[in-house]
Design a protein around this ligand. Structure first.
Ligand SMILES: [Ca+2]
Ligand SMILES: [Ca+2]
Length: 365
């Protein structure tokens, strides 16, 4: 476990960062003028083994003084050859402090698929997103720091309960990462497995994939789909962008050539979709308008199908709304239909502009 605490020193330019681990203490100092670093000693158990290095330099024995229950280091960045200084106090005998190599990748499996042991893989394009990444790692010099194993999916940390570590000896482990459900689009998972050296060399494995739709019934190039809306924003009267297949918006430009918007005002907004023939449909995906770096993800949506003279809801947004993202898929018990509508409740648009419905594409499959 690496603990950190911040220290600041008036005579130093920058900050000092101190970290303690179970086996030893490391202190990191950013300083570009000569400085004294004074630390209290809880227990004075000489002899001390202290090493110092700067930047990418090599560890060397450090000089220190013991005085009244304190240990004093004289930091000389010019002499050490850098201002990013690290001190290592009493490293254990079996720690290879000169270790600059990350753990090696010994195996990589995604779901049931065994992959080449490469640290960056692209799984390709598939209509199913991967759920489980399994990584084998071994460090030649040191133990692995299994308490610092981490994973991210699309820059969001994977929860600890979804990371499982199996290890039979300190330098070897198998790390399994369970991925959450993702929306259609491009995704990237990164798993990081560090060694226990003071350099914290980490094996990083990147698994990228494209989760795509291959059975969209609404694509204009494939079917004569009709659309109708409750209203249109001024200069957003063309509905073709809603099923032209184009959904990679830049975030800078979001006119009617790439999106459709409802009138902006209180009241329900909707897009009615008519298929040329009935299809059994299990989900509708809406790609939201993307403008000024923000996705306009509506928060209160229903998917409705005709019933008698009115409409029946087959999907309703959860109370908490939807995470802001490029697209949202609304799933429901499959229904055979030739008509449905994406219905936004009054005030159920994106935060900031709740009376607007602004979309880039609708898909159904
Ligand atoms: Ca290593
Ligand atoms: Ca489009």
């Amino acid at each position: 476990m690496r603990l950190t605490r911040m220290l600041s020193f008036g005579i130093c330019v920058g900050v000092m960062l101190c970290s303690m681990s179970a086996y030893a203490a490391t202190v990191r100092a950013i300083c570009n003028v000569p400085a004294h670093l004074v630390m209290p000693l809880v227990q004075q158990n000489e002899p001390f083994h202290v090493f110092i290095k700067a930047g990418k330099g090599q560890w060397q024995p450090a000089e220190y003084e013991l005085q009244d229950g304190r240990i004093i280091f004289h930091l000389q960045p010019a002499k050490l050859g850098g201002s990013d200084i690290m001190l290592l106090l009493n490293p254990p005998q079996d720690l290879d402090i000169y270790d600059n190599n990350p753990p090696a990748l010994t195996g990589l499996k995604v779901d049931a698929r065994q992959l080449p042991t490469e640290s960056v893989v692209h799984l390709g394009v598939a209509n199913r997103a991967p759920r489980l990444i399994r990584i084998g790692a071994v460090d030649a010099e040191n133990a692995l720091d299994l308490t610092s194993v981490s994973a991210k999916l699309d820059e969001l940390a994977v929860r600890e309960k979804n990371i499982r570590i199996e290890s039979t000896e300190p330098s070897k482990a198998t790390v399994s990462v369970r991925l959450r459900n993702v929306e259609y689009g491009r995704h990237r998972a990164i798993v990081s497995i560090p060694d226990a050296s003071p350099q914290v060399n980490a094996l990083q494995v990147v698994v990228a994939f494209d989760y795509v739709d291959t059975t969209n019934f609404l694509l204009a190039a494939l079917a004569d789909v009709k659309m109708r809306t409750d209203s249109c924003f001024s200069n957003y009267e063309i509905l073709e962008p809603l099923n032209d297949g184009f959904k990679d918006l830049t975030g800078v430009h979001c006119q009617n050539d790439v999106s459709w918007a409802s009138a902006e005002g209180p009241g329900d907004h909707w897009v009615e979709v008519t298929l040329p023939e009935p299809k059994t449909i299990k989900e509708v995906t809406v790609y939201w308008a993307y403008y000024s770096g923000a996705y306009h993800t509506s928060q209160k949506i229903e998917i409705q199908v005709p019933e008698d003279a009115g409409w029946r809801s087959i999907y309703s947004s959860p109370k908490e709304g939807h995470p802001v993202s490029r697209c949202t898929t609304f799933r429901f018990t499959p229904v055979k239909m030739d008509k449905f509508r994406v219905f936004q409740h009054s005030g159920g648009g994106a935060a900031g502009r709740p009376d607007l419905m602004w979309l880039a594409e609708i898909e159904a499959r």
